[in-house]
Ligand binder design. Sequence first.
Ligand code: SF4
Length: 197
Amino acid sequence: MPLTRRNFLKVSGLIVGSAYFKKKSSTVLSARDFDDLRIEYGEETTSICPFCSVGCGLICHIQEGELINIEGDPDHPINEGTLCSKGSSLINLVKIYDQEGEGRPNPNRVTKVFYREPYGERWQVKDWDWALEKIAEKIKNTRDRTFEETDEEGTTVNRTTSIAHLGSAMVNNEENYIFHKLVRALGLVNIDHCARL
Ligand code: SF4
């Protein structure tokens, strides 16, 4: 058989395929093998890795409301499908695996609002509506108390320097744009982001 490109690919595919099935047939299947297959039936959604300012793109697979897999997004221009070791372990934020490959919810994941009042010694569990109201109240009170229309030379500044906004690597460009609009409208001038966006 002449060695054409097509024949080369056919033969290579057969060798790789037979090596894979040989390995599989001599290996005890674990729960992870079934997770690999399950992603075929999972709903896909995209997201951004929250760990650092590189902002790698992710594909998340969800089945019946449960996150079953996270992997690099090959269509994302930053990482083109790759993830570093931190990004590759993202699923462990919500799910951990034992040595047999059985997954269970990560018991260390924080899913509630914890609040410690000033000078308090204990954390109290609050709901999200309470937390949003509290944040809004604090922003409004601080802004009202510290807003400056002009500086000491009489120049119009319309600012408060008593509130700062720090962005997150989990936030994409469009979300950063909206955050900027919001905090600029409030008169904030201390605005930063770990990637300096
Ligand atoms: S996968 Fe790694 S490099 Fe990419 S954003 Fe996450 S932590 Fe940063």
